[in-house]
Ligand binder design. Sequence first.
Ligand code: NAP
Ligand code: ZN
Length: 349
Amino acid sequence: MDIRQVKAYGAASASAPLEEITINRRAVQPHDVEFEILYCGICHSDLHQVKDDFGGTMWPIVPGHELLGRVTMVGNHVKDFKPGDLVGVGCIVDSCGHCEYCDEGIEQFCEEGVTFSFNSVDQVLGGHTYGGFSKTYVCDEKYVLRMPAFEDLAAAAPLLCAGITVYSPLKHWGAGPGKKVGILGIGGLGHLAIKIAKAMGAEVTVFTTSPAKVDDAKRLGADHAVLSSDEEQIATYNRQLHFIIDTVSAKHDVNMYLNLLRHDGTVVLVGLPPQPLEIGAFNVVMGRRSFAGSNIGGIAETQEMLDFCFQHGITADSEIIPIQDVNDAFELLEKGDVKYRFVIDMSSL
Ligand code: NAP
Ligand code: ZN
């Protein structure tokens, strides 16, 4: 298969910094879309995988799975995209296309295994997939999203992972008028969860470890914001919330939050702490409560989320950086010191 050499930023090992490298991308195949990457968001999952938090990272790793760009070339069977179109790619770039899950539009659970935009086995080219910290991307048109005409394109890029990861469970668990929704952690995912849950009509309460974010949460639209060290105030929410989206990236105690659920309520984990979490039996047995999880969202739902966010004027609060600052940005992200998503301006590469 023909290949093209592309400039990218990658790391050679968990202890190496990200630096400029050259990667191979496949030449455009009949069903492929190729695009120039304009902006790429930085998700905590990029950081987890660069640090090899879950094991199994394939080196060199080129992270990035919130890619927004402009189409440069399409294969001769592609009907829905043309050069110049504004497009996005999130986490999913391939799946079997015929299992029960793919048929249902939840390709993220594909029985034969989904291919992610980075750090996945590349079914077409061999080797592994390289993400959006690079100049261009190529994938099958089925996994390409159409970007609405957001005024601030950089701020729209984080919707492609952070946005769908919270939109999907908010919708699944029924965020809307009359529903009291909790959000744990105000990072990239958490701040978009506040905006999206509010746009869906829910009453939103956020819990944060950062004193500086308590007031800011109100600016983001939260109805109530509570410092998670203030156990007295937290207890006033006991048995109040219908469900909670937990976006915390590190090990934490979920038991206090299970107690904030009404009967039949659910804590939905989307954060990926590398260590197991412990759950006290009585915190779920009493009140028939659930502890659940959710993983990104399918392609059709991602398109629905983009259109929803465009309609409601929702984008991420973003700090734009050149690619040369990416190692510093990872350090700040590790400390939770970002308001609220770093986005790389790829023209810097
Ligand atoms: P992020 O921007 O770093 O936000 C995480 C937030 O969690 C922090 O801002 C902080 O919020 C809180 N936090 C961090 N360490 C904590 C600790 N030790 N105890 C309590 N709270 C803590 O990360 P993100 O990009 O939003 O991603 C969040 C998590 O979701 C990551 O683990 C990521 O890998 C995962 N993720 C999962 C999916 C999925 O499909 N399930 C998709 C994308 C990302 P406060 O300062 O407000 O406390
Ligand atoms: Zn992500």
